[in-house]
Design a protein around this ligand. Structure first.
Ligand code: NAD
Length: 410
C-alpha cells in the first residue's frame, strides 16, 4: 500500500534521538514531504538515514544556545519543531517557535536538565499542574502565530481522543439519546456528566518482556528511563479531582492558583498504588504516576454554571509498567538510590513477547465501568515499524497524527 502523505514542510527539526525520536523519524519520512530534517542530540547516534536531506547535529540544547541553533535550522517558509527530548524546556522552545512562526509539537512538558530533581524547587512547581499552568500562561502572552501542540503522544495524547470515543460508545450502550456528536468543550463536559461518569483511569498494562536478566542495580523500561524516573520518582503523584469525591487522601495538597482541576500528593507516584482493570489480566494494581492527561482531562470535562463548577471527573493514570520497570522502580525507591545513566536500558530489539495495553476506564455510570483502548502486541508492532517496541509505536503514530492536525489547522 502506498503510504499517505499528509503535508509539505520545508524544515523539520527533531530534538532528541532516543526511543521515541528513532521511532518517529521513519514515520515522518514516510508521511511528509520535506526539504530537510535536522536531528539534534547530545549523544552520538547511529543514523543510517543521514543524507543530503537528513542532518545530525551532536549538541545538547541549553537555555543559552537553543535560539542560535534553531535559527540556523528554520530557514524556509514552513518549519516544524518536533521536540522528543528530555532535559529541554518545552515552554521556552514553544515560545521561540511562536515568535518565529514555526509549528511545534512535543509528547510531554519537559524542563531544562536537573529541574525535576532540584529539591530547592518547591514541589508544586515540579508538579505537572504547576508546569501546565505556567506553560499556558507563558504561551498565551504571545500572539499565537502558529499551531503548537503540547503533550501529544500516547498518554498524554491519544488517550484524550479515546475518552471522547468511549463517551460516544457508552451513550449507545446505555441508550442515551445523542443525535449528534458534541462539538464544544462544554457539550463534551455535559455529555460526560449526563452519562453519570464519575472518573477515568488511564489504565495501562505493559507485558513486554525480554529473555535477558536484569542486574538489581540496573533500571530497565520500554521507553525513556530518564522520563520515567522524573515522573515516577522526582515529581509528586497527581490526579484530577472530581466533584463527587467525598474524602481526601491524607497526603493531598490543593493548589492555590489556577484551574483547580487537580491535587497532588506529597509522595512520588511509584509509591502510590491503585486498584484498576485492563482487559487481558482483569483486576490489577497500577501506580498513580503523575501525567498531564490526568489534569487536562479533568479540566476539559469540567462543567460550570454561572462560573461555579458543578461537575468534574476524577482522572488519573493507573500504570502497570513492564515487569522489569516495576522491579527497577521499587529497587530505586527502596534503596533511595537512582541508578545513573550507564545503568539504564530501554528494551527495544530485546523484546520477545508481550503487549502494551493502553486505554481509558470510565467508571461510575449505569454500566459500571467501560475500558476503551488499544491492545498492540510486539508482533503487530514489528509488522508496521520493525525497530520499535509496542509502547513506542503508540506514541510515534500519535505524533504523526498531531503534526498532520497542526498542518491542517495552522
Ligand atoms: P529517551 O531517554 O530514549 O531519549 C531522550 C533523548 O533526548 C536522548 O537521546 C537524549 O540524549 C536526548 N537529550 C537529552 N538532553 C538533551 C538536550 N539538552 N538537547 C537535545 N536532546 C537531548 O526518551 P524517549 O523514550 O525517546 O522519550 C522522549 C520524550 O517523550 C520524553 O520526554 C518522554 O517522557 C516522552 N514520552 C512521552 C510519551 C507519551 O505517550 N506522551 C511516551 C513515551 C515518552
Amino acid at each position: 500500500e502506498t503510504p499517505r502523505v499528509y503535508g509539505y514542510i520545508n524544515d523539520i527539526c527533531v530534538i532528541g534521538h532516543g526511543s521515541i525520536g528513532k521511532g518517529t523519524l521513519p514515520l515522518i519520512k514516510r508521511h511528509f514531504k520535506f526539504d530537510k530534517i535536522t536531528i539534534i542530540d547530545p549523544h552520538p547516534v547511529e543514523l543510517p538515514e543521514v543524507s543530503e536531506t537528513v542532518e545530525f547535529i551532536q549538541v545538547g540544547l541549553t537555555r543559552d544556545n537553543f535560539k542560535e541553533i534553531l535559527d540556523g535550522i528554520f530557514v524556509g517558509k514552513v518549519g516544524f519543531c518536533v521536540n522528543l527530548s528530555v532535559g529541554t524546556s518545552s515552554s521556552e522552545i514553544m515560545q521561540y517557535c511562536q515568535a518565529k512562526g514555526v509549528f511545534y509539537i512535543d509528547t510531554v512538558k519537559e524542563e531544562w536538565e536537573g529541574y525535576y530533581s532540584n529539591e530547592d524547587v518547591e514541589l508544586w512547581k515540579r508538579s505537572n499542574y504547576g508546569l501546565r499552568e505556567a506553560l499556558l500562561r507563558d504561551v498565551r502572552k504571545h500572539n499565537r502565530k502558529t499551531t503548537a501542540i503540547s503533550c501529544c503522544g500516547a498518554n498524554p495524547g491519544m488517550v484524550s481522543w479515546f475518552v471522547k470515543q468511549a463517551l460516544i460508545n457508552l451513550a449507545k450502550d446505555i441508550g442515551f439519546p445523542l443525535p449528534e456528536e458534541p462539538k464544544t468543550r462544554n457539550e463534551w463536559g455535559k455529555l460526560m456528566k449526563d452519562l453519570g461518569v464519575k472518573g477515568i483511569h488511564i489504565a495501562e498494562r505493559d507485558t513486554q518482556r525480554s529473555n535477558e536478566i536484569r542486574d538489581p542495580k540496573e533500571f530497565w523500561n520500554t521507553w525513556s528511563v530518564d522520563g520515567f524516573i522524573s515522573e515516577g520518582y522526582y515529581q509528586p503523584s497527581e490526579l484530577g479531582w472530581g466533584t463527587h469525591e467525598k474524602w481526601v487522601p491524607k497526603e493531598a495538597v490543593f493548589h492555590r492558583e489556577g484551574c483547580q482541576a487537580a491535587i497532588y500528593m506529597t509522595k512520588p507516584g511509584m509509591n502510590v498504588t491503585v486498584k484498576t482493570w485492563c482487559p487481558t489480566y482483569g483486576p490489577q494494581m497500577g501506580f498513580l504516576v503523575t501525567h498531564d492527561e490526568a489534569i487536562s482531562i479533568s479540566d476539559y470535562f469540567t462543567v460550570k454554571e454561572n462560573d461555579e463548577v458543578v461537575y468534574r471527573p476524577t482522572c488519573h493514570y493507573a500504570y502497570h509498567p513492564c515487569a522489569e520497570a516495576v522491579a527497577s522502580a521499587l529497587e530505586a525507591i527502596g534503596s533511595g538510590e537512582v541508578p545513573g545513566e550507564e545503568k539504564w536500558k530501554i528494551l527495544e530489539k530485546e523484546v520477545v513477547s508481550g503487549m502494551d495495553e493502553l486505554g481509558v476506564l470510565l467508571f461510575g455510570h449505569a454500566k459500571n465501568a467501560y475500558w476503551y483502548g488499544s491492545q498492540l502486541d510486539i508482533k503487530s508492532t514489528r509488522e508496521r515499524a520493525p525497530n520499535q517496541n509496542a509502547t513506542a509505536l503508540q506514541v510515534t503514530s500519535a505524533i504523526i497524527a498531531g503534526m498532520t492536525w497542526a498542518l491542517e489547522n495552522p
